[in-house]
Design a protein around this ligand. Structure first.
Ligand SMILES: Nc1ncnc2c1ncn2[C@@H]1O[C@H](COP(=O)(O)OP(=O)(O)O)[C@@H](O)[C@H]1O
Ligand SMILES: [Mg+2]
Length: 256
């Protein structure tokens, strides 16, 4: 068995400014990696490079394709990368409006993804959309409603359904619970944790919230100024942080 992702020396500069620098790690099937660090530490830059949305300045990301084993995601052709985005990868944006089509119904938002991978039977597409709306705790009666009428928490759950309906192997999430009320966050986290576990999904989750990392991630990478300063099992990193920056992050969470 190969790692799902093999990342080596990944670097992204913005002119002279460091986005992220010399990041290397492996992600195994079913593994959930959390990327934590304060604002500006390079989390989103790294996630974009990992998910084929931002070409790195140096380094490589190998993805273990079903057909040919590990392939460099930036060396493969655009059509193949697009196909992987539809079939193998999901992306959950912090702002659900970036990951949804606001002008079509909730059901269509989910069904569209199925059609993109070849589903043609209207009744089946609708049944699966309905099933997934229920999985993310959206009332089936809302299937024909536009997302415009949904609350923030519902939008985020709809975005999750749209991403998971095609059974991706790897999901990228950037602050999936950011911007939501605390009570709504807790419920969404609970749902996410259940789905990730039940589906055996591999995921990379960017968050500045250590409680989110604690709940969802098996392993953590702590970033500072674009570089990974500490990595390890989530509980170890949070309960016994070694790097002074991680110690600061952890202790600042405990203070009101
Ligand atoms: N499009 C961009 N152009 C120039 N600098 C950028 C751009 N995006 C991010 N940066 C810089 O890269 C660094 C990392 O940013 P980012 O990846 O957004 O961090 P985070 O997601 O942890 O807040 C910051 O110094 C930020 O100012
Ligand atoms: Mg960010």
């Amino acid at each position: 068995m190969n790692p799902l992702l093999t990342v080596s020396g990944l670097t992204r500069m913005y002119g002279n400014r460091v986005g992220c620098r010399d990041v290397s790690f492996e992600l195994w099937p079913g593994g959930v990696m959390g990327i934590v660090g304060e604002s500006g530490s390079g989390k989103s830059t790294l996630l974009s490079c990992l998910s084929a949305r931002l070409e790195p300045t140096a380094g490589r990301v190998l993805y273990d394709t079903r057909e040919d084993g590990p392939v460099d995601i930036y060396a493969m052709g655009e059509p193949r990368r697009r196909m992987l985005m539809r079939t193998d990868w999901g992306i959950v944006h912090q702002n659900p409006r970036d990951g949804l089509r606001m002008g079509v119904s909730a059901g269509a938002n989910v069904g569209e993804r199925l059609m993109a991978v070849g589903a043609r039977h209207y009744g089946e597409i609708r049944a699966q959309a309905d099933d997934w709306l229920r999985k993310v705790e959206i009332d089936g009666e809302r299937i024909d409603d536009l997302p415009l009428t949904f609350s923030g928490g519902m939008l985020q759950r709809l975005q999750i359904a749209r991403n998971l309906v095609t059974h991706p192997r790897l999901v990228f999430m950037d602050e999936p619970t950011g911007g939501l009320d605390v009570s709504v966050q807790a419920r969404l986290l609970d749902l996410l944790r259940r789905l990730v576990t039940d589906l055996g999904l591999a995921a990379i989750i960017v968050t500045h919230d250590l409680a989110v990392a604690r709940l969802l991630a098996h392993r953590l990478m702590v970033m500072r100024r674009g570089e990974v300063v500490e990595t390890g099992l989530t509980d170890q990193v949070l309960d016994d942080p070694h790097h002074p920056y991680t110690q600061l992050l952890v202790s600042s969470v405990l203070q009101p």
